[in-house]
Design a binder for this molecule. Sequence first.
Ligand SMILES: [Zn+2]
Length: 113
Amino acid sequence: MGAKGQPLDVGRATRTIPDGLRRAVAARGGGCEYPGCGRPPSWCEVHHIVPWQEGGETAIHNSVMICRVHHRLLHHSEWVVQLSDGLPEFIPPMWIDPQRRPRAAPRPHAHAC
Ligand SMILES: [Zn+2]
């Protein structure tokens, strides 16, 4: 459960992202989680990593916050997103990186002194 008792994991109950889940994903990434993007949450949508129609859950472990530009990129190209240790990483298409090495965004808190 998140702040104010709002669920962060509604499983298969609804495809719609509850406000509490959206806030939790925004807090994790600080905005678009595509490496090097950094657009703020107001520009972003919450994307189901495993698509809803393929059985993906509406839960933080199946969610990534992504701006409209990169959301379109994910849906219309060979980019793949997955979670590694709870943090999103993006796997580029073969034509960008033949070895398809995952790329992770720098974490907003990683540079705190
Ligand atoms: Zn973006």
